[in-house]
Design a protein around this ligand. Sequence first.
Ligand code: ZN
Ligand code: ZN
Length: 390
Amino acid sequence: MPNLSDLKTRAIERVDQLKDELIATSLQIHANPELLFKEYKSSATLCQLLERHGFAVERGVGGLETAFWAEAGGNGDGPTIAILAEYDALPEIGHACGHNIIGTSAAAAGIAVKSVLGELPGRVVVIGTPGEEGGGGKVIMAKAGVFNEVDAAMMTHPASRNMTMRGSLASNRLKIEFFGKAAHASSSPDEGINALDATVQTYVNISTLRHHIRGDARIHGIITHGGAAPNIIPEYSAMSYSIRAATKQYADELLARVIKCAEGAAAATGCTVKCTVTPGYANMMPNLVMAAEYEANCTILGRVIEQPKPVERMGSTDMGDISQILPSIHPYLKMVPPTVAGHTIEFREAAKSPEGHAVLLDAAKAMAMTTITLLGDADLMARVKGGMNE
Ligand SMILES: [Zn+2]
Ligand SMILES: [Zn+2]
């Protein structure tokens, strides 16, 4: 077995050598926020970075224009370890989830591993996974077979705490549309069927339901269309909801109950209703062996990993779906104080600050070291794979 601690030291040095180039890449992506599946510039920036450092890059994998597969091979047969890049931004508030850091740290980790790959078997792959914010890029890519040859996968998300074992919620997305009948709101209201009323009643029905769901579940939504003018009875209205829970089973159960809320409102108002379900994400199941290895590598970097709280606040991610099919981790590294949440202006500003750069470099180093162990230590890799069956 190669001397892994020596290889890890060299990978850390490689990240430090590339510091200026990496920070410039992260800032460039941050300054050009692109929405799901439109990440043309961000994807190209990362592909170019990887190509400059000797990776063979295939663009447009899995049927997604802005997805990519960048690989570098070692000195013989061995596992394929994937480091996943995200680089999509949010509507209106830009890189408020810090995906500029996720994408750049993934590429940087791959480049650092490549610098010692002559002494390791297997291969490292940096996979560009677009559309995490609601598009399910990883789900689409997994269905297209992109992950078939991957033995383990990882990524790192900026956050308010250092964590390796935090999970994520299973989710469903629901679009609800009501169809009524337009009429003059003053001269002939008796001839109208009010689609906005159905929306408001649905909102109230769901708020009532929310009192009687488990503590881990979340149901939240908005009215996206509520009519055209006050003097017209609205003939069309629409809502958009997200329904989440700790397990896919409970998220699906709640989805059925939310649809009943809409159907009840339709019956009460005389509207017809159309519900369109977009399957969301599965819950994240972190691989314990990989998480422990990542945690040990964070200790080398001076970062102390916290354990999740018994009632952890969580979102959802398409990495959850990957964790259901192969050993995966989705650790978090601290960029902001606990008072700052993701998807806020403060989080966005931090993603281009010195604290953001520190997460970028530490995430690259921790993932590079973890990949080196997975490639070089066959016993540990066997335990990683065994962990999927526990
Ligand atoms: Zn997000
Ligand atoms: Zn995110």
